[in-house]
Design a protein around this ligand. Structure first.
Ligand SMILES: *Cc1c(COP(=O)(O)O)cnc(C)c1O
Length: 223
C-alpha cells in the first residue's frame, strides 16, 4: 500500500479545482505523516476525540475536516481549529456551533448535510428543510455556510447514485442562484467517497472525501 501513489492516482481523476480530503479515520499517525510527507495537507476525521488527538500531534499547516456526525456536547473541542464541519444536520447543532464560535469570535465554516439516500440510517436535512433554513441562517452569525454535503445510497446501482448526486447539485444551484444571507456562500459541494467519487465529480462535486482508496481498508472492528 503506497499512500503517495494512491493520492496521485486519485488526484489524476479529479478536476484541478476539486479538493481531495484524505479521510484518515482509524489510521495511525505514521500513515498520516506519510501522506503529509507526500505533500498532502487536507485530512478528514469522523470522531471528535480522534480529530483533536491528531490535530495536537501533527503539523499545524494541516486543514482538518470534521466529516462525521457531530454531537452538540463535543462541538466546543473542535471549533477553535476545524477547517470545515461537513455534517451539520440539525438546527440544535447549528445553534451550538454558533454559540461556541461567538465565544472565541470565530465564524465557523460549515456545510449543511442533505439527506439524499434511500437508507433509513443516514443523517441530514431534507431538501425542503434546507430551503426553509437558508433565509433563517441570519440567526447564526458565527456560522459560515460554505455549501452542502451529501452521501449517496450504498448500492451498486450507478444510475441511482448518479440521480442522488444530480439532485443534490440541483438543490445547490437553486440555492446559489437565489438571494443569500451574508453568512451563506454556496461555494462547496462535498460529495463522493472511494466507491462513488467519479460519479460525484461528473455531477459537479467540489470536495471528495476519500479514505479506503488512499489508505487501504480500515480495521473492520472500528468502521
Ligand atoms: C469514512 C467516510 C468517508 C470515506 O469513505 P471511503 O469509502 O473509505 O472513501 C467519506 N465520508 C464520510 C462521511 C465518512 O464517514
Amino acid at each position: 500500500m503506497n499512500i503517495y501513489n494512491n493520492i496521485n492516482y486519485v488526484r489524476q481523476n479529479l478536476p484541478a479545482q476539486c479538493t481531495l480530503i484524505a479521510v484518515s479515520k482509524t489510521q495511525p499517525l505514521e500513515r498520516i505523516r506519510e501522506a503529509y510527507e507526500a505533500g498532502h495537507r487536507v485530512f478528514g476525521e469522523n470522531k471528535v476525540q480522534e480529530l483533536v488527538t491528531k490535530y495536537e500531534a501533527l503539523p499545524r499547516d494541516i486543514q482538518w475536516h470534521m466529516i462525521g456526525h457531530l454531537q452538540t456536547n463535543k462541538v466546543r473541542y473542535i471549533v477553535p481549529f476545524v477547517h470545515l464541519i461537513h455534517g451539520v444536520d440539525t438546527e440544535k447543532l447549528l445553534a451550538e456551533i454558533n454559540r461556541q464560535g461567538a465565544k472565541i469570535q470565530r465564524k465557523v465554516p460549515c456545510l449543511l448535510q442533505v439527506f439524499i439516500a434511500r437508507e433509513e440510517t443516514k443523517f441530514g436535512f431534507s431538501p425542503d428543510e434546507i430551503l426553509a433554513l437558508i433565509p433563517a441562517m441570519e440567526k447564526y452569525p458565527n456560522v459560515r455556510i460554505m455549501g452542502l454535503m451529501g452521501m449517496a445510497t450504498f448500492t451498486g446501482d450507478h444510475a441511482q447514485i448518479q440521480r442522488e448526486f444530480a439532485g443534490l447539485k440541483a438543490l445547490f444551484d437553486n440555492i446559489k442562484s437565489g438571494e443569500l444571507p451574508p453568512n451563506v456562500e454556496m461555494k462547496e459541494l462535498s460529495m463522493g467517497m472511494s466507491g462513488d467519487y467519479a460519479l460525484a465529480v461528473a455531477e459537479g462535486s467540489t470536495m471528495v472525501r476519500i479514505g479506503t482508496a488512499i489508505f487501504g481498508n480500515r480495521n473492520l472492528s472500528q468502521p
